[in-house]
Design a protein around this ligand. Structure first.
Ligand code: AMP
Ligand code: MG
Length: 487
């Protein structure tokens, strides 16, 4: 007789063991009628999970937290956070649960985490639930980001619970099984720092170093090295967001990871017409988290992170502040280097010698894209064709054609590599109207459009015949797109 995967599945509870002050033992709510909507078989394979079993009733119960493997110790994690600039000392997993950590095929620890698993001591009056639409949305966009090569939490499955969730109307409920290299956030450090327990803060920092930035342990100043590593991975991450037109939408400090993975796909969306002021979130009325503000918000969040680490930087406060400030001053150069890498790839100019000339080209191009409201994603594929000599598709986009022709001549003089551009510029991204179309069909019971969209997004750089509509911007009648948090 074969043993059930539930009895052989090993979920560690290292976070809960090392940081018990930040972990509340908790259980998922029972799901009345769980139905698996989508399963990421490839990711299951990477995690050493049996996809066949995950489709069976026990597997589906595992994916909703209703079947807890022996030895596992599910917890709700505590964290704080600055939300739109205001500090909230107690946020935490108000509708989520860390089932535990498993070791993937490459030997790395991965959190298995549920979102929409019911109320917890951190729910602050919320119902702890999630609806099918937003959980499928996170699935689509996070997997799309992964296929684009951008560090992100992953989505293993979405299970409809059979329970209704009360929002503006009653909606079908769902649980997302999320996988991450960890759920440590800047907000986790804010929680430890606010507790005033220096031992807890140090244990958290050591835990983060061991898990994500092990070379920091050997540095002369390990905690400063941790901070620098997090700055570096965040600089790279934000540059990658900027390169594909991704607007996170809610860059609160609780939504910024220590690992450098994108987390918390709430009101995020992709920009179409190039405009740094692009905002989708219905509650971001001041544009704090607009596309063009993301790099400076990252610095702001990193400054909050540095504040939490001050007692570990030096005994004397003034000296600790000076260390933090000096390190933070390094962010703009780090970010600029990551951005210029990304932009050189987009323009097919990886080999160009003069970086200042390339970045001047980028600046001029972006001003023209903005003036002519050019679709950011499709433009760079057209420009790839222009590198191969077919100029018209790119030229057709501009109001001031003389200015663009001048730009084209300067760019072509640097000998751009069109084929390399096609490997750096996606054809297919999770466009807002396509995501909405798939969610609407799925909520009404038709999973076909969702599966098709996921298949398209899984190979974003390979242009395929018959998929033209997935490469086009939203039709005019799609209107202004608005997204919502915490839905
Ligand atoms: P988010 O906007 O998803 O980053 O969530 C911010 C905070 O609100 C986190 O502490 C969440 O756990 C909590 N939260 C969001 N939605 C709910 C909900 N429906 N019930 C309880 N807590 C929630
Ligand atoms: Mg969050």
């Amino acid at each position: 007789m074969s043993t059930s995967p539930a009895t052989t599945l090993v979920l560690d509870d290292r976070f809960a063991r090392e940081l018990p002050e930040m972990a509340v033992q908790w259980k998922a709510e029972e799901t009345p009628d769980p139905q698996l909507l989508v399963l990421n078989e490839r990711l299951a394979g990477e995690l050493g999970l049996d996809a066949q079993w995950l489709r069976e009733p026990d597997g589906v119960r595992f994916l909703t937290g209703n079947l807890v493997p022996g030895g596992a110790n599910p917890v709700a994690q505590a964290y704080s956070g600055h939300q739109f600039g205001g500090f909230v000392p107690r946020l935490g997993d108000g509708r989520a649960l860390l089932l535990g950590e498993l070791t993937d095929a490459s030997g790395a620890a991965r959190d298995i985490h549920l979102k929409g698993s019911g109320a917890s001591p951190f729910s602050r009056g919320g119902d702890g639930l999630a609806a099918v639409g937003p959980m499928l949305r996170e699935y689509i966009v996070s997997e799309g980001m992964h296929a684009l090569g951008i560090p992100t939490t992953r989505s293993l499955a979405v299970v409809a619970t059979g329970r209704q969730v009360a929002r503006e109307t009653l909606l079908p409920g769902a649980v997302l099984a999320r996988v991450a290299s960890s759920h440590l956030r800047v907000g986790s450090f804010q929680y430890a720092a606010a507790s005033g327990d220096l031992d807890l803060l140090r244990r958290l920092a050591d835990h983060a170093i061991a898990r994500h930035h092990p070379t920091a342990a050997r540095a002369e100043q390990p905690y400063l090295a941790l901070f620098e590593s997090v700055s570096a991975v965040q600089a790279t991450l934000i540059a990658q967001w900027m390169s594909v037109g991704f607007v996170h939408g809610v860059m609160n400090t609780d939504n910024m990871t220590i690992s450098g993975e994108t987390i918390d796909y709430g009101p995020c969306a992709f920009m179409e017409a190039y405009d740094p002021a692009t905002v989708f979130s219905s509650i971001d009325s001041w544009g704090r988290y607009a596309y063009g503000n993301q790099p400076s918000i990252a610095v702001w969040n990193l400054a909050r992170f540095a504040e939490t680490l001050l007692p570990l930087f030096a005994d004397e406060q003034d000296r600790a502040v000076a260390i933090a400030e000096e390190s933070l001053r390094g962010f703009p150069a780090r970010y600029a280097a990551a951005l210029s890498d990304g932009m050189r790839a987009k323009l097919g100019l990886r080999g160009a010698a003069d970086n200042d000339a390339v970045m001047a080209l980028v600046e001029d191009l972006f001003a023209q894209l903005q003036q002519s409201r050019v679709d950011f994603t499709s433009f760079f594929r057209r420009l790839g064709s222009a590198a191969r000599g077919d100029l018209e598709p790119a030229r057709g986009e501009f109001v001031d054609l003389a200015a663009f022709d001048d730009w084209l001549a300067r760019w072509r003089a640097l000998d751009p590599d069109g084929d390399a551009m096609d490997r750096a510029n996606p054809v297919y991204i999770p466009r807002n109207h396509l995501v909405e179309e798939a969610l609407k069909a799925a909520t009404a019971g038709d999973l076909g459009p969702l599966q098709q969209l996921l298949a398209v997004l899984a190979a974003p750089y390979d242009e395929r015949p018959g998929l033209e509509r997935y490469a086009q911007p939203a039709p005019d009648d799609f209107g202004t797109y608005r997204t919502f948090c915490g839905t």
